[in-house]
Design a protein around this ligand. Structure first.
Ligand code: FEO
Ligand code: CA
Ligand code: CA
Length: 681
C-alpha cells in the first residue's frame, strides 16, 4: 500500500456479509478444514509432500503426510529483535547491500543521480523509478549471477523527487515536474550481474528499460477494441498509455513479468455530476487528482494530450474526441517480456479490473489450465482468480514469442471471485454473463457482455455475493503442495458486528494470512487461517497465534514462497502496538513443517510459533515490500520503500549518522549469506 496515495475507503456497499452470524459455527468445526488431496497429488509430482492442511487434526480419515524423502528443511537462523533505526538489520551471518536505488541511470541518456533533486524528467525516464515494490528475478541462461530484475515503482515521494518538493503556479503544476512524476512511476527491467561476489546494475544494457505512466501499451483480452476503451489517443480501443501505482507483481511459466495496477484511480479526475458506475465503485476522484497532473493541461509544451488525458470528464462530441474512457484503460494486470526490449507491454484485461495487488500463478501442470490468484486491496474487497481456457503445454515454457504465449493463456479464460463459507469450505463464483446474481438476475442482464462485467469487476462480484475481505494483498503458492496463501493486511472498516469466519476480528488492526487449497475442478476450495498478526502483549482475542516479541508483526503485505517451500512475508504496518517496537520487517516460516501428530499441516499457534522467525527489519519510515530470489536461493532481493532518512552507504545495515539528513531513496536491498550459502537454512 502506498501510504500517501493509498485509498482504503470502503466503497463496497453491496451488503455482502455472508457469514457474520456463523463465526461460532466455524470455530467449532475447524477440524473439517482440509486440502484437496487429489489436487495436491496432481501438483506435487514427486516432491514427497502432501498438500493437505488441517487446523484441527482429529479426523482419523485424514491421509497422513508422507515423510519427506530429502532431509527436512529447517530455518537456520535465529529470530532477530525489532529495530527502529535509520538502518536495515538482518539475521546474524548475513549481509545486506543497497542495489539500484531510485535514480540509478539505466543508460547514457540519464545523468547520474543528484542529491539535490535536480535531475530532469528525461533523466528519470532513463533511470530507476521511485518507490520500489513487487519484483521478480529472471535469470539469463539459468544463471544465479546474471539476470534481469523486473521491478515495480509504485508511487512517489514528491518532496524527495523535486529539489524543494512539488510546486504549482496559479493552481497549475509545471509540465516538467509532472513529466518527472509520471516517469518515476511504473515498472522497469534492470540487468544485474554479480561481480566479485557483489551485485551490480549493468548500465546501458540493451535489455534495460522503463515503463512509465505514459508508456504506450497494447490492450488485450475482452476489453480490446470495445467502446469502453476507445479514446482520442486510440480511436479503435487497442492501445493505452501508461501503467500506474504498480504494487504487487506476478509472473508466468513462460518467462514474463506481471505488474499490477493498484491505486491508479487516484490519478484521474471526473468532474461530472454523476460518475459511471464503475468509476464510482472503484473510486475515481471528483475533486482533484492525487498529483494534479491534469492541471498541466494546456501548457505550451504539452504533446498528444499528455496531461489533459488525466481529466476523464466528458468534453467532446464522443468518446474518441476526449478522454472519458482513459480510466477504463487502467486497473489491469500488465504483462512485460523482460527478455525482449522490442516488445510492448500488454494489458491483460481478462484478469479483471480493480485495484490489483498481486498476481501469483498456481503450479503449472501439463494438460491442465493455468491459474493466477489476485487480491483487490481495499477495505472489504474481494479475492479473485483467473483460469485459462488453454491447457498448459511444456513446450510453452520456452517459447520463441513470449507475448504470443501470453495471448494464448491470458486472453481467454474464466474469472472467479471467492466466497468463504463458515465451515472451512469455499466457492469460486464465475464472473460471466450467464451467472445468476444473488437477486435472481444474471450478470449479463446487469452488465451486457463479458467486457462490461470486467469493466466493473467489483460491481459484478457484489452481485454474486462474494465475501468482503480484510484488504486482500499478495497471494503466493506453496511449491511443495499447491496451497495458496493470501495476506489480509488490516481492515479499519470491519466492525465487530460484521466479522465472519474468514475475517474474524473487527476492527482488524493487525491483519492475518489465510490459505486454501483448490478443488481439481477449480469450483471450490477448503481454507483455514494460517496466522494472525498481533502484538505479543495483545489480548487472547488479538494474539490468536501466540506470537512473542521475536515474531510479533502487523499488516502482512508482500509475500512469496521460495522454490524450497520457505514462506517469506513482509509488513506495511502503521499499527502503534507494533510501530512502537519495530520498523517494518520480513519474517520466514516453513508451513509444511508445522504439522500435528497425524502429520497434517496446522496453523501457527503458541506451540509452534518459534518456527516463525524475524529475518530482516528495514530503516525508519519504510515499508519492506517486494521479494525475488535467484534460482540457487543464494541471493534474495527485497525492496525498501519510502524510507525516512536512508541510505547513507552501500551497506544497507549502515545507520545514517545522527544529525545527518539524506535525500531518501527507495532501494532494492540484496541479502547474501556471508559464507555464500543458501539463504534462510
Ligand atoms: Fe500497494 Fe496494497 O499495497
Ligand atoms: Ca500495503
Ligand atoms: Ca502492497
Amino acid at each position: 500500500m502506498s501510504r500517501d496515495t493509498g485509498d482504503n475507503l470502503n466503497r463496497n456497499l453491496s451488503g455482502n456479509v455472508p457469514m457474520d452470524s456463523v463465526l461460532d459455527t466455524f470455530l467449532s468445526r475447524r477440524s473439517v478444514v482440509r486440502g484437496g488431496l487429489g489436487a495436491a497429488i496432481a501438483m506435487i509430482a514427486g516432491t514427497g509432500l502432501s498438500g493437505c492442511f488441517d487446523s484441527g487434526g482429529s479426523d482419523d480419515d485424514d491421509p497422513v503426510v508422507a515423510p519427506p524423502t530429502p532431509a527436512k528443511l529447517k530455518l537456520g537462523f535465529n529470530s532477530i529483535a525489532g529495530s527502529r533505526t535509520d538502518a536495515c538489520v538482518v539475521a546474524a551471518g548475513y549481509s545486506a547491500y543497497v542495489l539500484a536505488p531510485w535514480g540509478t541511470p539505466l543508460n547514457s541518456k540519464a545523468n547520474p543521480w543528484k542529491a539535490d533533486g535536480s535531475n530532469t524528467s528525461t533523466d528519470q525516464l532513463n533511470a530507476v523509478g521511485m518507490h520500489h515494490d513487487g519484483m521478480h528475478f529472471f535469470p539469463i541462461n539459468g544463471s544465479s549471477e546474471d539476470g534481469l530484475l523486473a521491478i515495480n515503482h509504485e508511487y512517489i515521494d514528491a518532496d524527495a523527487l523535486h529539489p524543494a518538493g512539488p510546486t504549482s503556479v496559479a493552481g497549475k503544476r509545471p509540465a516538467e515536474e509532472v513529466r518527472k512524476e509520471i516517469n518515476a512511476h511504473g515498472a522497469g527491467v534492470i540487468r544485474l550481474k554479480k561481480v566479485s561476489g557483489r551485485w551490480q546494475v549493468v548500465d546501458n544494457d540493451p535489455l534495460n528499460r522503463r515503463f512509465t505512466s505514459a508508456t504506450v501499451m497494447n490492450l488485450s483480452g475482452p476489453l480490446r477494441g470495445t467502446n469502453h476503451v476507445k479514446t482520442r489517443f486510440s480511436i479503435n480501443g487497442t492501445q493505452a498509455r501508461g501503467t500506474n501505482n504498480n504494487c504487487g507483481n506476478g509472473y508466468t511459466p513462460w518467462g514474463t513479468y506481471l505488474t499490477c495496477e493498484e491505486n491508479w484511480p487516484g490519478i484521474f479526475i471526473n468532474k461530472s455530476a454523476t460518475l459511471p458506475a464503475d468509476q464510482k465503485r472503484i473510486g475515481v476522484s471528483t475533486s482533484s487528482g492525487n498529483y494534479k497532473w491534469e492541471t498541466a493541461a494546456g501548457d505550451a509544451s504539452e504533446v498528444n494530450d499528455e496531461f489533459s488525458r488525466f481529466n476523464v470528464t466528458p468534453s467532446g462530441a464522443s468518446a474518441i474526441d476526449d478522454y472519458r474512457n482513459e480510466a477504463s484503460t487502467y486497473g489491469y494486470i500488465v504483462e512485460i517480456d523482460p527478455y525482449n526490449a522490442s516488445t510492448l507491454a500488454v494489458k491483460r484485461t481478462a484478469l479483471g479490473r480493480f485495484r490489483h495487488e498481486g498476481c501469483c500463478p498456481g503450479l503449472p501442470v501439463v494438460g491442465k489450465p493455468l491459474v493466477w490468484y489476485m487480491g483487490d486491496d481495499s477495505n472489504n474487497e474481494y479475492l479473485y482468480k483467473f483460469v485459462s481456457t488453454a491447457v498448459w503445454q511444456a513446450a510453452d515454457a520456452n517459447p520463441a514469442d513470449r507475448i504470443a504465449t501470453g495471448n494464448k493463456y491470458m486472453d481467454q479464460g474464466k474469472l472467479y471471485v471467492a466466497r468463504f463459507n463458515a465451515d472451512g469450505s469455499g466457492v469460486w463464483l464465475l464472473l460471466d454473463v450467464n451467472t445468476p446474481t444473488a437477486s435472481g438476475q444474471t450478470l449479463g442482464s446487469l452488465y451486457g457482455d463479458l467486457a462490461g462485467i470486467i469493466l466493473n469487476t467489483r460491481g459484478a462480484a457484489d452481485a454474486l455475493g462474494a465475501t468482503p475481505m480484510d484488504r486482500p494483498e499478495w497471494t503466493t503458492v506453496n511449491p511443495l503442495n499447491g496451497d495458496v496463501y493470501l495476506t489480509l493486511t488490516n481492515n479499519s472498516a470491519r466492525t465487530a458486528a460484521k466479522v465472519d469466519a474468514a475475517n474474524p476480528r473487527g476492527p482488524n488492526r493487525h491483519g492475518h494470512i489465510i490459505r486454501w487449497h483448490d478443488s481439481d475442478d477449480h469450483n471450490s476450495f477448503s481454507w483455514d487461517i494460517f496466522v494472525f498478526g498481533a502484538n505479543a502483549a495483545g489480548t487472547a482475542d488479538i494474539n490468536r497465534s501466540g506470537l512473542t516479541e521475536l515474531n510479533q508483526f502487523a499488516s502482512p503485505d508482500g509475500m512469496s514462497f521460495d522454490s524450497r517451500g520457505i514462506l517469506w512475508f513482509q509488513t506495511d504496518n502503521g499499527e502503534s502496538s507494533l510501530t512502537s517496537y519495530t520498523n517494518d520487517q520480513m519474517l520466514a516460516v516453513i508451513p509444511t513443517n508445522l504439522v500435528n501428530a497425524a502429520g497434517k499441516q496446522v496453523p501457527i499457534n503458541a506451540q509452534n510459533q518459534v518456527d516463525l522467525r524475524r529475518f530482516f527489519v528495514g530503516p525508519n519510515g519504510c515499508e519492506v515490500t517486494g521479494i525475488a530470489f535467484t534460482p540457487d536461493n543464494k541471493s534474495i532481493f527485497v525492496n525498501i520503500q519510502h524510507p525516512d532518512n536512508w541510505p547513507s552507504a552501500d551497506l544497507a545495515t549502515t545507520a545514517t549518522p545522527a544529525g545527518t539528513k539524506v535525500r531518501p531513496r527507495a532501494s532494492t536491498v540484496v541479502i547474501q549469506r556471508n559464507d555464500g550459502g543458501e539463504i534462510g537454512v
